[in-house]
Design a protein around this ligand. Sequence first.
Ligand SMILES: [Zn+2]
Length: 256
Amino acid sequence: MINEHALREQICEIGRLMHENHYIDATSGNISARLDANRILATPSGLAKGYMSPDQLIIVDMNGNKIGPATSANRDLKPTSELLMHLECYKQRSDVQGVVHAHPPTSVALTVAGIGFDSCVIPEAIVILGVIPTTPYATPASAENRDAIRFLIREHDAIMLAYHGSLTVATSVWDAYMRLESLEHTAKIMFMAHQLGRVTPLPPNQIEKLIAMREKLGYARPGDDERFRKAYGLSHSDEMEDRIRDIVRQTLSEFL
Ligand SMILES: [Zn+2]
């Protein structure tokens, strides 16, 4: 398990990468990681996330109150107004150890244009991110925004907040950041394909193979079957489950 000192450095590194990769601007975006059942290490409000120092990060409890020893660097810093959304992720998912919220331009542009991610055609995104839902628009940093992700985060590791940004979670804050990279990379490809004028869907049997791979690699989330069936117009779920089972069995036997 990564210690607090290393976690502080890792969060600063993620902030730097988010800024360098243009996933955030000015003081936007926020990053957090679970220290234990009741304490969350988080980026404070008002800082440019590309230029933070580890001692500027703050510790909050599950109610969002700043706790822990103050340092000269963070004494006057306050929790981010988007902390509600982070806390909701930890409350809904005991497996979540890290949360990353950004404003990746291409991903957000797709939501503004009304193009969803829920039937994307990029194999790696299907395997790693699954079906990516987009919430209805909610005012950033509001309780309404927290409520918009409350149920979705139980079943998804990546969510788009319409007109606003992305939310990615994982069993480590680094992997939550990796999911953000995958999300924006996927959005760029989708954006280009839409510009070229034709998005050709993958055939259902290829989607099923990717779903089986997702399950085998441990990325599957509860309700995946129904969601994929709906998003990709796949055949009856019982049939699909059987086929997935066959593919998993076959793939496993090749490894054993
Ligand atoms: Zn935001």
